[in-house]
Design a protein around this ligand. Structure first.
Ligand SMILES: Cn1c(O)c(C(=O)NCC(=O)O)c(=O)c2ccccc21
Ligand SMILES: [Mn+2]
Length: 259
């Protein structure tokens, strides 16, 4: 709809993608955060949700991280978020695969459309697998954190939410981002069905998942910046070599009986 509310001629797939890319580029440059609703549409969104709930009932998810919680005066450990990693290639997750390729299309197109072919001055050349996360409810949450605090190469976090009829007041599970430079303002994102969220993965966007009281599903992809990733891998390799030679020295010392 344009200003007069006149429904414009429905446009093709490519125009929709281009329009979405312009929004992502504009919001990421302006806010470092971007929310797009109705990303896949109801039908395809539901097929992704069905695959995820199918995996969950099959017990594919690893036991969530241990979160200790003070209940009365004894320490109760509950299982927090549960995750599993999907590459979306096998038949059982073909709809998750479709979601992944749709997000790839937006990110890579936005990468090209942005000024001098870089979104946020990054050159995106890869991504992680998809992390499918489930918060089982009963107060499970995720503490405030930065996804990539130490330049591991991840530059954009993309989170696709799958939670139908989600009511923040009753169900909690709000994602609160504390964008750097926004002073004391925060970005509160409800994890609504078929909503996708993009934000810079580094220290610009500390965020937390507030306690959820209903099962809460999300699928996260992290996109790599070519040079930061390359540098991180080089650093990791050097660290591994240093450790290896260190342990060799220890082994040689002990085997040759040196103190
Ligand atoms: C389960 N889960 C997460 O939910 C978030 C996260 O920031 N989620 C934001 C959200 O779901 O809105 C994470 O960043 C995260 C990082 C490593 C392992 C698990 C993780
Ligand atoms: Mn996070």
């Amino acid at each position: 709809r344009d200003e007069e509310g006149i429904i414009e001629e429905p446009c093709g797939e490519q125009e929709v993608i281009d329009e979405m890319c312009r929004i992502v580029i504009r919001d990421m440059d302006q806010f470092g955060v971007c929310v797009v609703d109705n990303f896949l549409g109801y039908k395809r969104g539901m097929s992704v949700l069905q695959e995820v709930t199918g995996m969950y009932t099959k017990g594919v998810f690893k036991d969530g991280q241990l979160v200790s919680k003070k209940v009365k005066n004894d320490l109760k450990t509950i299982r927090g978020d549960q995750i599993t990693w999907i590459d979306g290639k096998d038949e059982s997750c073909k709809n998750i695969g479709l979601l992944i390729s749709q997000v790839d299309a937006i990110i890579l197109r936005a990468n090209k459309m942005a000024n001098n072919g870089k979104i946020g001055n990054y050159t995106i050349n890869g991504r992680t697998k998809a992390m499918v996360a489930c918060y089982p409810g009963h107060g499970t949450h995720y503490v405030k954190h930065v996804d990539n605090p130490n330049k591991d190469g991840r530059c954009i976090t993309a989170i696709y939410y799958l939670n139908r009829d989600w009511n923040i007041q009753q169900n909690g599970g709000l994602l609160r981002i504390f964008p750097e430079g926004w002073q004391d303002k925060v970005a509160d994102i409800e994890p609504f069905f078929d909503r996708i969220l993009f934000f810079w993965s580094d220290r610009r966007n500390p965020h937390e998942v507030q306690p959820a009281f209903k099962t809460r599903y999300a699928i996260t992809l992290w996109y790599f910046d070519a040079s930061e990733r390359q540098e991180a891998c080089r650093r990791h390799k050097t660290e591994m070599e240093a450790q290896a030679s260190e342990s060799n020295n220890i082994v040689n010392k002990t085997s040759s009986g040196e103190s």
